[in-house]
Design a protein around this ligand. Structure first.
Ligand SMILES: N[C@@H](CCC(=O)N[C@@H](CS)C(=O)NCC(=O)O)C(=O)O
Length: 381
């Protein structure tokens, strides 16, 4: 069975699914979202234009990076199980799925869209190459770039990048890179000798935007070599960790969490928890204002819309405004579900780690309605 992965080389979320398929040795073909077939046959089935979408040979579809991973993990043993089976590692993997996919959007967008002098020549080819219909004229390609880049520049604002916040975005990213670089000094992957869900979360922003676009790629190569090598490793079919010597494809012994990983978790607490607090509060207020929210819907006039509003909060000394997306609640729930399903002794180990790293609120910040995915869309339970 050969799957088709519809996406683009420069897409953040396609990078997560692609890396997973490569690492698990699952046969697939990269397909472009610009193909006629995607627009004509796939998009009508998912109800909105979104990538990545995985198509099986029987035509069945899986949309969303988290779902693609869950789909294969549920089918039986995979080459590198993405969900660790010890409590702290399981929880950490889930935390980095959320933080990777949703918490590093500010640097990803800033370093793609605010460095035109270095990036534009590349992006203006890269976007239409994958998004324009096959054989599109130069003008048609330029139009595709103008439209897509316009949308993305606007989206950047909704992730909290503004002229005032840019210095903080840059400082925060430099700090993250330094911490991840230090962690990778002793191991090739986030949790040791093989990739897990946490790595797939992090590769989303760190590959297509931050390791592949010209400006941030050079920056990463020059200031965080090991992180850059990890992005390369995450797209290699083997362990690709020769520089670490003979490393067993195992996770840290005894559910261990090295100090360098605790430092990364503490960074997540400082950098991202304020946003989680803000969007959970907004969501609960919104749910309160929509008492007749129908289960199985997104509660919005258009079923393809992904944001329920905007919320502002203090981030590193700046008031920033971000879109509130139920999808983030969905990933936050996954962290909480892991905790809720664990045995009391395992819960104690998880709670202790969260307390030590400043992340305890991840367990208590809960939306008053659950978010589910039905027919490829996020809906209220
Ligand atoms: N929850 C999805 C998010 C996918 C997503 O947002 N993909 C972007 C491209 S990287 C997209 O399709 N955006 C829609 C648009 O540009 O209109 C996932 O994690 O796979």
């Amino acid at each position: 069975m050969v799957y088709k992965l519809y996406g683009t080389p420069g897409s953040l979320y396609t990078g997560k699914a692609r890396s997973y398929l490569i690492k698990q040795g699952i046969a697939f073909e990269n397909r472009a979202a610009g193909e006629d077939r995607f627009r004509a046959e796939i998009v009508p089935q998912t109800g909105r234009w979104i990538i990545p979408i995985l198509e099986a040979e029987d035509g069945s579809l899986v949309q969303d990076g988290s779902e693609i991973i869950a789909h294969f993990e549920a089918r039986g043993p995979t080459r590198f199980p993405a969900y660790p089976d010890t409590p702290r590692h399981r929880l950490i993997a889930q935390i980095f799925e959320l933080f990777g996919g949703e918490g590093l959007l500010r640097p990803a967008m800033h370093y793609r869209w605010n460095f035109d002098e270095t990036n534009r020549a590349f992006l203006s080819r890269d976007f239409p190459a994958a998004l324009a219909p096959t054989g599109a004229s130069d003008e048609a390609q330029a139009e595709v770039f103008a439209m897509a880049s316009g949308r993305m520049r606007k989206a950047m604002g909704q992730f909290g990048v503004s002229p005032e916040s840019i210095p903080a975005v840059e400082a925060s990213y430099a700090q993250f890179l330094a911490l991840f670089e230090a962690h990778l000094a002793a191991c090739p992957y986030l949790l040791g000798g093989r990739p897990t869900l946490g790595d797939y979360g992090l590769i989303a922003p760190l590959y297509a935007h931050l390791a592949r676009d010209p400006y941030p790629a050079q920056m990463m190569k020059q200031t965080a070599f090991r992180v850059w090598r990890w992005t390369e490793r995450m797209n290699a079919a083997d362990q690709d960790a020769g520089e670490y010597g003979e490393v067993a494809p195992d996770l840290f012994e005894n559910d261990g969490v090295p100090d360098t990983l605790k430092a990364l978790l503490a960074f997540v607490a400082e950098d991202y928890l304020p946003e989680v607090r803000a969007y959970v509060a907004y969501t609960n207020d919104w749910i309160g204002r929509h008492p007749n929210l129908e289960a199985g819907t997104n509660g919005l006039p258009r079923k393809q819309d992904r944001g329920i509003g905007l919320t502002s909060f203090d981030w590193r000394g700046h008031e920033i405004t971000v879109a509130v997306m139920p999808y983030r609640i969905y990933l936050l729930q996954k962290i909480q579900d892991v905790f809720d399903a664990a045995a009391p002794a395992d819960q104690a180990a998880m709670a202790e780690l969260l307390a030590e790293t400043g992340l305890s609120d991840l367990l208590t910040l809960r939306a008053s309605r659950r978010v589910e995915r039905r027919d490829h869309l996020e809906v209220w339970a």
